[in-house]
Design a protein around this ligand. Structure first.
Ligand code: UTP
Length: 484
């Protein structure tokens, strides 16, 4: 970090030496043309990067593509079913009670990672500001806030909310919260903090790209960066002070996610797990999701691209996929676990992954920033699920798509998946499922899909049981929009 006690000349000398050693001296190509403020800006960026690590990663991940070596000992990771069998019913009942008690005792925090750049969606602003719901079009952040408000009311508790941004969208996120009065939550129960960044590299040369003469092209270091950022930001210390024992981790792009799920939290806590996950059964063998496996007896997620085909395709006697549990980035982490991996001797490091992306760069000839049409750069990211093998115990609970997975990743276009249109349908499908359990008649088309648009506000229900005390319509009319 910038150390004001050094003069600009001293900082420059140090930066030059480090960059030379890393073979990245081009970063200072425009030094002589910069104003004092611009000099400070680029020095600050240079000083925030671990150039020794960068040198290693450029060789292994930019100039080369790291080879995945399939582990020798690998088996499918078992998961608990969404609907408990008879002999699990009591375990689930007790776990739900335990989760609810943790909530009532104020020992659970919500954590949303929102540091991504959302390039596929192409929304101009933090993804959390995207108008996501089917009828009211409330932003993703508001959707989560309403969930938290309902959970606080239901369990008579306070659920502090931690939000990870990146230096790119931190100010805009804070402004968005302020503009919307923190969506009805108390400001002192919300903590927003930025994650770490990594330079982006020219994929052909391995050189760190400049976005402009005084600015390195930097990108957030992946959602795995949350495990360090939680600690370095002081969020873990804040949680400890509040008595928070469990952190419910969700990603900003999925408005159906149960921001707080007492059953999941209880199953995790009762197993004294460090980090637990929800799994979505794969719809077909080659579905592009990471798969829960056990590697050397530790729960791990193997990316679909690294799964050997014979494992992805393997079926049991009943014809079911053997490696079936897909990772959808819903976790609970023990505060102690996150603290421990950050404070243990030698620290911890999650593996980096290479992503080929379009990154705007400074074109010296035209004196302008150019946004390329095709991928020109490598971004390096860590993944949160790579922390799973660091813990002793880890629970996996099954969920299903209708219940809690309809992310907004892509822009709407014909045939697009995981986009605003599919999410709107997903919200309707879940609302219909919940309402049907309370005998509300749902209009359906010949193919079984819901013939209406339904938005069920989280302020009203975060679980079907919340509908019990409500005045519900007997039926929903075909072709209508219904907000409940
Ligand atoms: P994605 O992997 O979908 O990436 O993030 P993204 O950056 O949002 O979108 P694209 O790939 O540019 O289109 C999944 C979740 O992880 C968060 C995102 O904000 C989202 O909630 N994330 C991702 C971070 O918090 N930091 C990161 O560095 C990357």
């Amino acid at each position: 970090m910038a150390t004001p006690k050094f003069t600009i000349e001293e900082r420059l000398a140090k930066a030059k030496a480090i960059l030379k050693q890393a073979d990245q001296s081009q970063v200072l190509n425009y030094w002589d043309q910069l104003s004092d403020d611009q000099k400070k800006q680029i020095l600050g960026q240079i000083e925030s990067v671990d150039w020794v690590e960068v040198t290693r990663l450029v060789q292994s991940h930019v100039l080369n593509t790291p080879e995945f070596i399939a582990p020798k000992s690998i088996e499918p990771a078992p998961y608990l079913p969404r609907i408990p069998s008879k002999n699990l019913a009591d375990k689930y009942k007790q776990a739900k009670k335990a989760g609810e008690k943790l909530l009532r005792d104020g020992k659970v925090a919500a954590f949303t990672v929102a540091g991504g750049q959302g390039t596929r969606l192409g929304w101009n602003g933090p993804k959390g500001s995207y108008p996501a719901t089917a009828i009211r079009k409330i932003p993703l952040f508001c959707c989560f806030a309403e969930f938290i408000r309902k959970a606080e009311q239901k369990f008579g508790t306070t659920i502090p909310w931690y939000i990870m941004t990146s230096p790119i969208n931190d100010a805009a996120t804070r402004a968005f919260f302020e503009e919307h009065g923190n969506f009805g939550l108390r400001a002192d129960h919300i903590m927003i903090f930025p994650q770490g960044m990594m330079p982006a590299f020219d994929s052909k040369t391995g050189k760190a790209l400049l976005e402009s003469p005084d600015t390195l092209a930097m990108a957030p270091n992946g959602h795995g960066g949350s495990l360090k950022a939680l600690y370095t930001s002081g969020a873990i210390a804040d949680m400890k002070q509040r008595g928070i024992e469990q952190i419910s981790y969700v990603q900003v792009d999925n408005p159906l996610v149960k921001v707080i799920d007492p059953l999941f939290i209880g199953l995790h806590a009762k197993s004294q797990a460090g980090m637990s996950s929800k799994a979505l059964p794969k719809a077909y063998a080659q579905e592009k999701v990471g798969v829960f496996c056990k590697v050397n007896d530790k729960v791990s997620v193997i990316e679909y691209s690294n799964m050997p085909d014979e494992l992805s395709e393997m079926r049991d006697e009943a014809g079911e996929l053997v490696y079936k549990g897909g990772s959808i980035a819903i976790h609970v982490m023990a505060t102690d676990f996150v603290e421990k991996i950050n404070t243990q001797e030698g620290g911890f490091a999650l593996p980096y992954n290479r992503a080929n992306k379009k990154v705007a760069y400074w074109d010296h000839k035209n004196n302008a920033t150019v946004t390329p049409q095709t991928a020109n750069a490598v971004k390096l990211e860590t993944f949160v699920f790579d922390a799973l093998p660091l813990c002793q115990e880890s629970v996996i609970l099954e969920t299903d798509r209708i219940e809690e997975f309809s992310p907004i990743k892509n822009a709407d276009e014909p045939g697009a998946l995981d986009c605003p249109a599919t999410c709107k349908q997903g919200q309707t499908d879940r609302a219909a499922r919940w309402l049907e359990t309370k005998n509300v008649k749902i209009p359906r088309k010949a193919d079984g899909s819901v013939d209406a648009i339904i938005e069920l506000s989280h302020l009203k229900a975060i679980d079907p049981e919340d509908l019990d005390d409500m005045d519900l319509p007997a039926a929903i009319d075909a072709g209508t929009e219904v907000l409940i």
